[in-house]
Design a protein. Sequence first.
Length: 376
Amino acid sequence: MRAATGSASTYVVGVAPHVVQNLYLADGTKVRATNDRGRGYEYLGSLSRTFLSPRHSPNEFGSALGLTKRSLRLNVNGEEAEIESIPFAGGRIVKTTSGYEPHYYVTDHLDSTRAIVRPAAAGVEIMAEYDYMPYGTQHTVAEAPTADADYKYTGKEQQGAFGMYSLYDSQARFQNVSDARFLSHDPLSGSFPEFSPYIYCGGDPINRADPDGKKWVDKNGNLMWKDGKWTEYASTQIQELGNTLRSSETGLLQFNKLVNNPAAIIVTINDTDTPTRYGVMIPHNKHPKQSNANTYQLSSVAEIIVYARNANKRVKRMNDTLTTIESMAVNLGHEIEHTTDENVTLIVQRYRDNVKVLDEKIEEMPNKIALQIARE
């Protein structure tokens, strides 16, 4: 059940006595998960921000870094809040009775946690080992050590703290691993009519993982553009969009930025009606890589979503003669600029230092490029 209130919404999952109430910002970022007694977690994406207290409203902290295994998590109990764990590149720094200690997560090709280790006098101590059935049900081995940890199957957050050990938060949807399905339908299911809208990874959980509950991607990173031509993985619609972008001088420059980016960029066309969005760039790893003292870049995988229904809205005031696919290409060129090192650095500075005046700067160059593509 989801209920919207102003710029935030609540999503309740479970059956009494195991119920979790999740609070989301308008853009879908999860900021709080509590049971009916107010106990649970609050989430922050940036470690440099002021630690959240119950007095803050959901709008008082940024959402660009989102909810993943990389989010700082706080324990909450009614009006009390304290740090529970802090993410770092190799795992999480966890609060213990004696302070804080690093826990290193050993993962497999699906990003599932297979072991958790920590420093010890003899080198390292194996705190926990995990094995999984294909769809994520944990296979218990009596001899294996265990430890309290929520980020397990494909790196998603297990809802064990709320008594629901088969339930995982996959961001866009909740996933029941014991039933091998999602609890709600795929918002992009119209693009895959041959599959059930509740299916996980097209029925192939061994080779695929679902990064956000919206779509599944091949973990082998199959390219749609290689050696100057489209591959068999590129759909007709994606090829049309890319070729349209490449047909203008500025669009070709943007296209080359896309295919030559060190990070893997996934381009998705979404038919969802989004009144305030023409496109969006979403980094899957919420912590950009620092290439030098003053520059950041995308660290691994990012997704650009182009909203087809809104394609004409941005450019209508620019050039009323553009077709829908040309309008989509303009929006794609805009979002590609957000993947550049210069723009990623601005985004990091904006949310790391809470410099709201950088919002306009972040959009300045992408808007100029979109305008130039529309003119050409």
